[in-house]
Design a protein around this ligand. Sequence first.
Ligand code: B16
Ligand code: MG
Length: 225
Amino acid sequence: MDGSFYRLDSKYHGGKLMRGIIFDLDGVIISTDKLHYKAWKKIADKLNIAFDETINNRLRGVSRMDSLEIILEGYQGPALSKMEKEKLADEKNTFYVELLGTLHPNQMDPQVPDTLQYLRKKGLKLAIGSSSKNTKYILHQLEIENLFDAVSDGTNISKSKPDPEVFIKAATFLNLPPEECIVVEDAVAGLAALKALKVIFLKFLKKTGSFVTLGTGKYCEIYFS
Ligand code: B16
Ligand code: MG
């Protein structure tokens, strides 16, 4: 091994040099789902909608407005206008941002910054690919914004996951073609986006420099020297 980063799969028999890694944020870098849950629960209670962890899990990687639509599946009151829905989403976000104020680097697995630093030292370019419009604030709270070369998030896309736009933009911001990037993603919506993009997706192992395939049906190995 020469210290570079390769992936092998059925498409790239000879091994393909990877130059970038795009990380999803929520569920990969930090688990903010409990905070999302608390904030959405407040809205659900107000509208008398049953809301539990199972429904919350369906919101992973899904945009704020699409998340609201999922929650409203259990709504039985009078029809809501677009403006009323936007007001509810804003209300949720105000409370969520308040909760994000309590976020601290010690709530993140210490192996996350270790891994990011390790990969940077290997010469890889790192980006975030997240549906969240609060991405930059979260990275700031976790004090890891300087570990990324680019951020693609809910503020620069017109189509949310499962559309691959957020990852394509992340690769563009890194000045790399998507096929030279690995994406690390935890949610069903994100995985669907990656299938559309036909890139290998990996689950982040909480161990420095280790990744495991989540399943493309293709053989994939990642080498580090
Ligand atoms: P916001 P990810 C996603 O982040 C969350 O998983 C999802 O639950 C949330 O609705 C979405 O961001 C939008 O977040 O309301 O902060 O804009 O997993 O793509 O990093
Ligand atoms: Mg996620």
